[in-house]
Each structure stands twice: as structure tokens, then as C-alpha cells.
Design a protein around this ligand. Sequence first.
Ligand SMILES: [Fe+2]
Ligand SMILES: [Fe+2]
Length: 271
Amino acid sequence: MSDPAADGDSHRIYAPDADHNFPDEKLNAVLEYVDDDEEIQTYLEAQNVNAVDRMQYNDHGKKHIEIVRNRALCLYDLLKASDVDFNGARQQGLAEEDESVIIALAATLHDVGHVVHRDEHVYYSIPLAADVLDRILEEFYDLSEIVRVKGEVLHAILCHHTAETPLTTEAGIIRVADALDMESGRSRIPYEHGGRGINTLSSQAIKRVSLHEGETSPVLVEIAMTNAAGVYQVDNLLKAKLRGSGLEDEIRIVAVNTNENHEQLVERIEL
Ligand SMILES: [Fe+2]
Ligand SMILES: [Fe+2]
């Protein structure tokens, strides 16, 4: 769907068959199930009607979910490479293989509340996701595991909203990954259609977001932008979500300013 050539080394797309720094068998089985599930796939289409058709927000549907889920799982893989602790599954007595399942399900279902209303959607996502989770977790877990996985997924869904504080690493990832969907024209910040304000300008400025192993931190988020207005997106969206995520020390953000041809490096600044 997106730039496969460069995806291997820039940690943008989760590839089920690749080698990972975590046990991925259960995750891959859950992903296969979810991607074939009619109810979930319908939610992902239906949640865009209020957001896009009725409120003129940008995409919060399938494409957004695909991007957030891929970024979340790539973030997770990079953090696992640095032995970062995932307390969500651990404190519930769940297995290591459940960490990525929690992250993938939370990423998939975090915005379903949009079918009720865009405003306060995070609070509507909770009961809707709970019903879906009750049904699909049965395929993979026994009753006590269902309760615990469900609780962790719902916690992560709730805390993608800036007003809530993530208490687990899994939830912190969802919050940050939600903000990584910010490439050109996909701003999470509502912008004036056809306007020339800072939201519009800055939303067009970000050309590419990629994740890398950092030298001084587990993850380096590199944001390529064509002009400095993109910094506004990073400050108001990504940094706002990173703050309070619990991952502030693990994730560094660097902006790379590119020229009109998007090739020549003009400047590189830490944000
Ligand atoms: Fe949301
Ligand atoms: Fe979202």
C-alpha cells in the first residue's frame, strides 16, 4: 500500500514474516483473524462517516488504522530490541507474546467510537471495543486471559486521548503511534479547508515519518519536512502525545529539513 522499497529499513510497516525482537506467532494469528473479520472491517469504514463526511475532518478510517497499527508494532519491535519493559501484560500475569496482541488490538479499535461521535470519541470506543474483544478474544484465550487482555487493550484505547495518562508501556505506544500519522495531507490537527493558516501549511510540510534505532535512545523518529512549518505539527501533535506517554526517554524526534526537490539535506534539528 505504501512505499514498500524503503519500508524494510525505516520501520514503517510491520511484516509478519520478518524476524522480530519478540515472539510473533500469536500476534500474526490475531492479525489474520482481525483483517478477515467483517464486524471490525465494517467499523473501520463506518467510523469515517462522522469524521470525514459530516465533520470534514481528515481520514480516521482504514488507512489511519493501518498506519497507526504499523507504526505501533514497529515502535514495539524497536523498544523490545532495547529490552524496554512492557508492564501491561507483565503485571497482569500474561505472556510476553500477549504484549504485541494488546498493542495491535488497541491500535485497530482505538477510534471505533467515531461511529457515535467524533467529539469525545475515545469514551465511545470503550464499550464498542469491549463487545468486539469479548467475541474475538474467545478464539485465542481462556476466560481469565480474556478479562486481562481486554482490560489492557481498553486501557491503551482510552489513553490515546491526551487527557488520559497511560499507565503501561503498551498504552504509551498507542498514544505515540496515533500521532505518527502526520505525513502530508494527513494532519491529525483539523485544518481549514482551502485555508492558508498554519495548520494547513504545516500539514503539507511533512513528507515522511520513519523510525530508526537511535544511538542515544532506543528509537529515533525522523521527520522529513519541506519547510519549517512542519515543526508546528510536531510540536502540537507528536510532542504533545509523547509528553506523558511514559516513553519520553525512549523516543527522540529529529526533523530533517529538505529542499524543494526533497533530496538535498538543508538542516537537521532535534525537536
Ligand atoms: Fe482518536
Ligand atoms: Fe487515531
